[in-house]
Design a protein around this ligand. Structure first.
Ligand SMILES: Nc1ncnc2c1ncn2[C@@H]1O[C@H](COP(=O)(O)OP(=O)(O)OP(=O)(O)O)[C@@H](O)[C@H]1O
Length: 259
């Protein structure tokens, strides 16, 4: 009998302490995300989901504990290693964070211009491929963000996040602001991309339908740390009061039924 392959952890957070002044947001927070996993991150408003994302991607320094990415402790990485992590990571911020003065294609091309030495023609071709991958037509290439619908803007943000073929994708409330049909289509797209490309996904969401539709596991933030990480079905049997209210309340039951 062969031993099972060792699970590769792309994200390892240990004993995280996050503070703003005296205010403690995270204390003793541990979280592992395995390669290929689609993880949903939920928690009440202000529990520190975005602060956790920002700490993992290096926008915020932790006050204590450690964050490892691709098996290396962020605090001990060299400049080159940090640049390597940046290249292997895609991020879709809540508002899409597109450059308003750039066209769709130039927005998607921007990480390739910044991080590679490829020729303009190759960059253009790669950007066109990513735009097609997220389901946008070539007619969109020359539009400016202000000329796009909310759903299209999210897709352009996703195409840009995928520009460098990342292994790890961070999504901050990707379906917020989309109508239910647009949100369901975006969920399908994320699940399909993660299946096809073997992406590991860290997704903050308030959207119960997304949790049921696309996540492998869900991490719940409460009481300043991750109180449980499990499948949505397992969380439905949790004793934790916030989790019970969230998953077993009317909206949770409706999402469960629809899944
Ligand atoms: N730069 C900052 N300075 C001071 N406090 C901050 C800062 N950023 C976040 N906070 C505080 O940290 C707490 C957690 O914020 P965060 O945005 O991570 O919550 P969240 O769980 O993502 O909430 P929501 O679901 O409402 O988006 C909040 O109380 C917020 O006010």
């Amino acid at each position: 009998m062969t031993a099972p392959d060792k699970v590769e952890k792309l994200i390892e957070v240990r004993g995280l302490l996050s503070q703003f002044g005296e205010r403690v947001i995270h204390q003793d927070l541990d979280l592992d995300v395995e390669r290929g996993e689609v993880l949903g991150v939920v928690g009440g408003s202000g529990t520190g989901k975005t602060v956790l994302l920002n700490t993992i991607i290096g926008l915020k320094e932790p006050e204590g504990g450690s964050v490892s990415l691709f098996g290396r402790d962020r605090a001990e990485m060299t400049k080159e290693e940090l640049a390597d992590v940046e290249k292997r990571t895609g991020i879709l911020f809540q508002q899409g964070a597109l450059f308003s003065s750039l066209s769709v294609i130039d927005n998607v091309a921007s990480p390739l211009v910044e991080h590679t030495q490829l020729s303009r023609d190759v960059i253009r071709e790669l950007a066109e491929m990513k735009i097609a991958m997220v389901g946008l037509k070539p007619e969109s290439h020359h539009l400016k963000p202000s000329e796009l619908s909310g759903g299209m803007r999210k897709r352009v943000g996703l195409a840009r996040a995928l520009a460098l073929d990342p292994e790890l994708l961070f999504l901050d409330e990707p379906t917020a602001g989309l109508d239910p049909i647009g949100a369901a289509a975006f969920d399908d797209l994320i699940r399909q991309l993660s299946d096809d490309l073997g992406l590991t996904v860290f997704m903050i969401t308030h959207d119960l339908d997304s949790l049921y539709a696309i996540t492998d596991k869900v991490a719940v933030l409460a009481d300043k740390h991750v109180v449980e990480k499990a499948t949505v079905q397992e969380l439905g049997r949790s004793e934790h009061p916030w989790i019970r209210e969230y998953f077993l309340g009317p909206r949770g039951r409706a999402a469960d039924k629809a899944a």
